[in-house]
Design a protein around this ligand. Structure first.
Ligand code: HXC
Length: 263
């Protein structure tokens, strides 16, 4: 995408890959409403673009995002935030069909940590510092932190982390299963390059299979086991209506590479 934004940079560093870079460096990528509106627009755009198979969200070396914008929030009243559904548009990210990879270096605090938790895959640079410090400013997680963090790291850790507001490391995030792995930041930008490589690999598969697979895994976080298994089986059966399943299995039998048409 070549569209110009104020608070993010949208690019395509590799065929099939959309890269969204949060870009409010002076505020450590604090997530204000304008940034979030642009992020949602760029994600919808990438989701609708047939050339794109996977999406990477990243920030800067110093900060993935230091949280929701405290200066924007501080004077809001209850009726402001309730009646204007403050931050409810964050949920739009969960409607994106294509896989989203968060490439996190530096601070991922508050809403920044919650944004990273919304991604399908989280790659943590060795420089990453995660935290849910809302308790320190008299509020609580509001972008899914309590729910997604508890599911990712378990109840006791989620309680300890959110009740003290202490930060945790990339190593801890990976050991607990919140991040899939740590990328050593030997050279600047290593985690983004790794995320783009991973996104390009995913983008080389059948987009239909990839999106159905993402939908199936997500059901594990939303429904019970028997409903989840039923949904998975329906989605599995659904793939037999696609040209990509015919092509993928024929290519295997004929000992050649598949040529997916995403149809
Ligand atoms: C607004 C922020 C900000 C934030 C940093 N800045 N975080 N502005 N909202 N969340 C601004 C600073 O005010 C400062 O602006 C500039 O970015 C650089 O930050 P410094 O503090 O000078 O940098 P440093 O000393 O390196 O400290 C980095 C930091 C600290 C440890 C990350 O900035 C910090 O603690 N930030 C707040 C973290 C936080 O509490 N996040 C949770 C927010 S609540 P100036 O103009 O002075 O240069 C939240 C709710 C979630 O996220 C609910 C979501 C639905």
């Amino acid at each position: 995408s070549s569209k110009q934004y104020e608070n993010i940079i949208a690019s395509s560093p590799e065929p099939g890959v959309a890269l969204v870079t949060l870009n409010r460096p002076k505020a450590l990528n604090a997530l204000n409403s304008a940034l979030f509106a642009e992020l949602n627009e760029a994600l919808q755009f990438a989701d609708a673009d047939r050339e794109i198979g996977a999406i990477v969200i990243t920030g800067s070396e110093k900060a993935f995002a230091a949280g929701a914008d405290i200066k924007e929030m501080k004077d809001k009243s209850f009726s402001d935030v309730y009646q204007n559904k403050f931050l409810e548009t964050w949920q739009q990210i969960t409607t994106i069909r294509k896989p989203i990879i968060a490439a996190v270096s530096g601070y991922a605090l508050g809403g920044g940590c919650e944004l990273a938790l919304m991604a399908d895959i989280l790659l943590a640079s060795s420089t990453a510092k995660f935290g849910q410090p809302e308790v320190n400013i008299g509020t609580i997680t509001g972008g899914g932190g309590s729910q997604r963090l508890a599911r990712a790291v378990g109840k006791s850790r989620a309680m300890e982390l959110t009740l003290t507001g202490r930060t945790w490391s990339a190593r801890e995030a990976a050991d607990w299963g919140m991040a899939s792995r740590v990328v050593e930041e030997e050279k600047e930008g290593a985690v983004v390059r790794e995320a783009v490589k991973l996104a390009a690999e995913i983008a080389s598969k059948s987009q239909l299979a990839v999106q159905a697979q993402k939908e199936a895994v997500n059901v594990a976080f939303e429904q019970g086991l028997s409903e989840g298994l039923k949904t998975e089986r329906r989605l599995f059966h659904m793939t037999f209506a696609t040209a990509d399943q015919k092509e993928g299995m024929a290519a295997f039998a004929e000992k050649r590479k598949p040529n997916f048409t995403h149809s």
